[in-house]
Design a protein around this ligand. Structure first.
Ligand code: ZN
Length: 178
């Protein structure tokens, strides 16, 4: 299905990413960091997208990235990581496909990262799926929630209308206080 131009604009306007650790926006790919933990048996887990340390609002030794000491002490896993720059664009998609082929990651984690980095609008819509389902904007999810662009646009529109009405409420409340 081809989306109307204004809907394409809506999904492409939702740019940037959201840090799994601090919840703040990651503005550019150079500010982003993809990390995971490799266990002693070679399996990988906790594939996540966070701020690269220099861009982290948290500061400290590791910023938003995994604390390597805690990971090592836990189950003697090691932190593996790479710049978000390596995961975006066509080569980034190939990189993620190679990670699938290695067979050491939980598939759900890789699919989620592919959606976040390569499906327009998904990164911003994903945080509102639950509310959208509750409000009847989306149907009850099936086991595999692979949302289409049409569904993602619906969620982004829903979120936008909530945000606007919240802003309007705040505006009138402020006026009433004056
Ligand atoms: Zn962060």
């Amino acid at each position: 299905m081809t989306l109307p131009a204004e809907d394409v604009l809506l999904t492409s306007a939702a740019t940037g990413w959201i840090c799994d650790k601090c919840g703040e926006p990651i503005q550019t790919a150079a500010d982003g960091w993809v990390q995971w933990i490799t266990a002693r048996d070679g399996t990988a887990r906790q594939l996540s997208l966070v701020h690269h340390k220099p861009a982290s609002p948290l500061g400290g030794r590791y910023g938003c990235q995994f604390d390597e000491d805690i990971v090592r002490r836990g189950d003697r896993g090691i932190v593996s990581d790479n710049s978000l720059v390596e995961f975006v664009g066509p080569d980034g998609l190939l990189y993620l496909m190679q990670m699938i082929k290695r067979g050491v990651f939980p598939l759900d984690e890789i699919f989620e990262m592919i959606k976040r980095l390569h499906v327009p609008g998904y990164e911003h819509a994903r945080l509102h799926f639950e509310n959208a389902i509750e409000a009847g904007i989306l149907g009850e999810p099936s086991d595999d929630a692979f949302y289409t662009q049409e569904q993602i646009v619906r969620v982004l529109r829903f979120e936008e209308s909530i945000r606007l009405s919240r802003e309007a409420d705040a505006y009138y409340e402020e006026k009433m206080d004056l």
